[in-house]
Design a protein around this ligand. Structure first.
Ligand code: NAD
Length: 359
């Protein structure tokens, strides 16, 4: 089984590739443009495997994507490549439209041509798995405004109502994937997941930013009151769910993935401070560094996922609770200061491979 993973040098894509190489017999072709978010150092532990190959290619590049389908003849595509940071999408939306919408369109078109060119027997196994976010659903009522709010969750039937340029571009890509499945009959499956955290997370995102700022004695910025609720899932639980859906999910279906760990942002920041107070004590608590800053425009107040379907249909369960996962994550950042330093000073970008290579 050969799996083509797009965006495999990113946070979640690299966890998927580490899981595939370490825990399965499958081979991986990692197709990644290596934007600022792509870091081949996330894949150090698997890059020497004969089952791992890398292609530095933009998913918008039709000719090279066509060549990759022809040369590698993958059985499954797991499409993770995306621009993924909401704040960047507000400041510079163009790249989000290019990669998330046009790039997904291009990948679908090349996949469709590849699908039509192969034998009926090989087609039966083929699958295009599109990896998306719960942010496409917009936001849910917040318990501060409605005491019954905690009963409402995103299901696979929730209508789309994206709020940010990022979530609108991901919603567009979900619609394209479903349309290509229905119109051209290509075998698609979609997953929508809640917020991930864990090792190798780029430090522009809340959890690594807070850990690294705290260690450097810098401000811990919290948007507005910090009462926005996110449903946190450890990235390795997400990676296991994704491979399960890619292999066992029903064609044409959507699966929501979440950890049922609803936390206010301020609670997440306080928990990290408590763990650091214990592991790296100093004279005063890290909580003194918390600073409330102006809220993000259009900020969604609450996300929460109902993941009953993937649990009952495919038997997936998360292994980490938020308490165990966040402790391991803080410890990972403490143990991997060199990775952090190279990301923060940009040296991971200067020394990486400039051209395609196969492992
Ligand atoms: P990330 O930003 O860490 O990684 C994205 C990867 O895609 C990078 O390696 C980057 O180099 C690559 N990439 C970007 N543009 C590309 C292009 N044009 N061609 C080829 N490669 C390109 O993102 P992530 O957090 O790992 O998210 C991966 C996927 O999962 C995204 O589709 C995202 O929408 C989705 N998702 C993320 C979360 C989360 O909490 N991070 C939650 C749910 C869903």
């Amino acid at each position: 089984m050969r799996i083509l993973v797009t965006g495999g040098a990113g946070f979640i894509g690299s966890a998927v590739i580490r899981h595939i190489i370490n825990d399965t017999e499958y081979s991986v072709i990692n197709v990644d443009k290596l934007t600022y978010a792509g870091n081949l150092e996330n894949l150090k532990e698997v890059e020497k495997s004969p089952r791992y190959s890398f292609e530095k290619v933009d998913i918008c590049d039709a000719e090279n994507i066509k060549r990759i389908f022809r040369d590698y003849e993958p059985d499954v595509v797991m499409h993770l490549a995306a621009e993924s940071h909401v704040d960047r999408s507000i400041d510079e939306p163009m790249e989000f439209i290019n990669t998330n919408v046009i790039g997904t369109f291009n990948l679908l078109e090349q996949f469709r041509r590849y699908y039509e060119s192969i034998s009926v027997d090989k087609r039966r196994k083929l699958r295009f798995h599109h990896i998306s976010t719960d942010e496409v659903y917009g936001d849910l009522p917040h318990p501060d405004d409605d005491p019954d709010a905690l009963f409402s969750l995103f299901t696979e039937e929730t209508s789309y109502s994206p709020s940010s340029p990022y979530s609108a571009s991901k919603a567009s890509s979900d619609h394209l994937v479903r349309a290509w499945g229905r119109t051209y009959g290509i075998p698609i499956v979609i997953t929508n997941c809640s917020n991930n955290y864990g090792p190798f997370h780029f430090p522009e995102k809340l959890i690594p930013l807070i850990i690294l700022n705290a260690l450097e004695g810098k401000q811990l910025p919290v948007y507005g009151k910090g009462n926005q609720i996110r449903d946190w899932l450890h990235v390795e639980d997400h990676a296991r769910a994704l491979v399960k859906v890619a292999m066992e999910g029903r064609t044409g279906e959507t699966y929501n993935i979440g950890g049922h760990n609803e936390k206010e942002n301020l609670e997440v920041v306080s928990t990290i401070c408590d763990i650091l107070d214990e592991l790296v004590p100093k004279n005063s608590s890290y909580k003194e560094l918390i600073a409330h800053v102006e809220d993000r425009p259009g900020h969604d107040m609450r996300y929460a996922i109902d993941s009953t379907k993937i649990k009952s249909d495919l038997g997936w369960m998360p292994e980490e609770t938020f308490e165990s996962g966040i402790r391991k994550t803080v410890q990972w950042y403490l143990d991997n200061q060199e990775w952090c330093k190279r990301v923060q000073d940009g040296s991971y970008q200067k020394e990486r491979l400039g051209s395609a290579h196969s492992g």
